[in-house]
Design a protein around this ligand. Structure first.
Ligand code: LCS
Length: 397
């Protein structure tokens, strides 16, 4: 059955389904195997040559992962998707596939801390040029493209300050300059449910599936989605030879299960977050809120245009700066002090000393992340309980 025209719930439940002709299992079995048996040498050689379809070795593919990759490709409206062992596995395997010494990457300055470190301290070691700019400033994008630019890299909404870049406009500028430039969008904060970067003109989408795609705080994983020939390059070079960052079949199974409730989880996440933002907005101890659903957000109009809803991440500054923020974080009981996001549990953290501690302090300010910023990932508990906990915590300041 073709699910491409079906609704989100149907896609999430049925996408990538493979009929088990052997035993009729309803759920996708976990093919817990490292390797696959060849009938004879000719078959082994044909599989390595690519002239015969079939599995070889789990680093190159596994039936449980295939089912998951097909589901994610469907959700992303992509020709193909590739599961990786972590979000950083997706980011690094993609960048290793695109870059070589002398290549130029134009990236946003506001990124998840380890992506920022990979670009600024990692790839630059190997002769890749990296420029960091604000991709929500389209003139800056135009001004910094170069003949050796291979990739424009951005997150939107960005971690941790929910900055929004106009994906369609950035892609248009990059592709007009050079159609071979790959626009790579990290869609972790939005998830495919809220934003379809490929339909907006991006070439590649990467995810930390540790977050909303798995959704239950118990797996580390990632995805790369895009055109089939590029995804094949990431599989056969980026992963096979460069990073080895392959997702195991047990984790693939857990994400398959997590995705069955994708639509209802995302709806509830967004609904809860709106209620929390409403509470924070009216609270006298809150200095500033970072949430793309607020009209006061500098790129609210772009968010409205390119997102189906505004997500469940909100950052804020408490009056009194970092010490006051720390007091809040140390006082909460239901909201859990932990990094990561997109989990069933509400998680709260302090980016400057945690997820973004890889940044130089000046670069962090330049990226729009103040020292006192607090980041909240609104979970699936009842909104009134999350709000009560936040109210109690704020009262301690
Ligand atoms: N991209 C984004 C936007 C992320 O937020 C993260 C992780 C990654 C990529 C890397 O994914 P991972 O390898 O962890 O699966 N973000 C984290 C965060 O904000 N807190 O803990 C991890």
């Amino acid at each position: 059955m073709d699910y491409t025209t079906k609704g989100w719930g149907t896609k999430s439940v049925h996408g990538g389904k493979h009929k088990d002709t052997q035993y009729g299992a309803l759920a996708m079995p976990i093919y817990q195997t490292s390797t696959f048996i060849f009938e004879n040498c000719a078959q082994g050689a044909a599989r390595f040559e690519g002239t015969e379809k079939g599995y070889i070795y789990t680093r190159l593919g596994n039936p449980t992962s295939t089912a998951l990759e097909e589901k994610v490709a469907l959700l992303d409206g992509a020709e193909a998707s590739l599961a990786t062992a972590s979000g950083m596995g997706a980011v690094s395997s993609t960048l290793w596939t695109l870059c070589r010494a002398g290549a130029h990457v134009l990236a946003d300055e506001t990124l998840y801390g380890c992506t920022w470190a990979l670009l600024t301290h990692g790839l630059t070691r190997y002769g890749v040029e990296v420029d960091l700019i604000d991709t929500s400033d389209l003139e800056a994008v135009k001004a910094h493209l170069k003949p050796n630019t291979v990739c424009v890299y951005l997150e939107t909404p960005a971690n941790p300050n929910l900055k929004i870049a106009d994906i369609a406009a950035v892609a248009e500028i990059a592709h007009t300059y050079n159609p071979d430039i790959k626009v790579v969008c990290d869609n972790t904060f939005a998830s495919p449910y809220l934003q379809s970067p490929l339909a907006l003109g991006a070439d590649v989408v990467v995810y930390s599936a540790t977050k909303y795609l798995n959704g239950h705080g118990d797996v580390i994983a990632g995805f790369v989605s895009g055109k089939a020939d590029f995804i094949n390059q990431v599989r056969m070079f980026g992963i096979k030879d460069m990073t080895g960052s392959v997702l195991g079949p047990q984790d693939a199974f857990l994400i398959l299960r997590g995705l069955k409730t994708f639509e209802i989880r995302m709806q509830k996440h967004c609904e809860n977050c709106k209620k929390v933002v409403e509470f924070l907005k009216n609270h006298p101890k809150i200095e500033k809120i970072y949430y793309p659903g607020l009209e006061s957000h500098p790129n609210h109009e772009v968010a409205k245009k390119q997102m189906r809803d505004f997500g469940a991440m909100v950052s804020f500054e408490v009056k009194g700066g970092k010490p006051a923020g720390e007091k809040l974080l140390n006082s909460l009981e239901l909201c859990t002090l932990a990094v990561s996001l997109g989990s069933d549990e509400t998680l709260i953290e302090h980016p400057a000393s945690m997820t973004h501690s890889t940044y130089d302090p000046e670069a962090l300010i330049e990226a729009g992340v103040p020292a006192g910023l607090v980041r909240l990932s609104v979970g699936l508990e009842n909104a009134e309980d999350i709000i009560e906990d936040l109210a109690n915590g704020l009262a301690q300041i």
